[in-house]
Design a protein around this ligand. Sequence first.
Ligand SMILES: *[C@@H]1O[C@H](CO)[C@@H](O)[C@H](O)[C@H]1NC(C)=O
Ligand SMILES: [Fe+2]
Length: 217
Amino acid sequence: MKTVVVSAVFFCCLALATATQYSCKAQAVQFPAFKSMENECIALMKHQVQKELNAALTYLAMAAHFSEDQVNRPGFAKMFFESANEEREHAIKFIEYLLMRGELETDIKDLISDPYPVRGLTWDSGLAALKNALALEVNVTKSINEIIKKCENPDVGENDYHLVDYLTGEFLDEQYKGQRELAGQISTLGKMTKSLGDLGEYMFDKKLLDGELPVLG
Ligand SMILES: *[C@@H]1O[C@H](CO)[C@@H](O)[C@H](O)[C@H]1NC(C)=O
Ligand SMILES: [Fe+2]
């Protein structure tokens, strides 16, 4: 027993010593300045990470709602789980963009620390959730447009051509296609439920589940 305790203590000390030995004491390497993003744009891009995560959480809450046994719309649940994953991917893309430009050094975890109140959100129908989703996407599009406008002509500094091009080509394209897709779904589901009530929503849900609705993105 004594041996076991002694060995345990020995290995703990060894582990500590090893950890200390390998802690990073290397001096920062010097290289010519290459970072070129304006502070205003860095701040807006960081803020966008949280917005994408808020969208991801909203879609996750929708997916959970439509999965409940009393709601039971597996097609809506599937679509919103996928949307949540896409928004999470967007947040990662914004982080990766900042890293590529060398503009994320010390406060990476602060990008994802804001709490977001999804607890109070409710949707009393599939149509209500789709309308909420479209309003959410419109907000995201607006905020991406604001970054483009600002960084095309910052208050201080230079036009960030690469950032503006990236946001326009990569994100706005997807936003506009996604918005049109949601508008089409709202139109179709709106007509179906008007004439068929809950049966219309049930049929629409089956179409979503079977992947039989057009996907524009
Ligand atoms: C969109 O933004 C407006 C203004 O900031 C806000 O009041 C509204 O709740 C947002 N809508 C959604 C669905 O997030
Ligand atoms: Fe997004």
